[in-house]
Write a new protein. Sequence first.
Length: 44
Amino acid sequence: MPKGIIYDKSFKIIIANLYNSNSMSALNIEREYGVGNSTIYKWS
């Protein structure tokens, strides 16, 4: 049984680009998209 949500590769790229371009903070991405801080850091 999977432990968490499995995200599409294109979604991961979008989230990483938002964070890396400094257009959104990790906290705002977490609130808006429901992706945890540690996950955002791993993807970027």
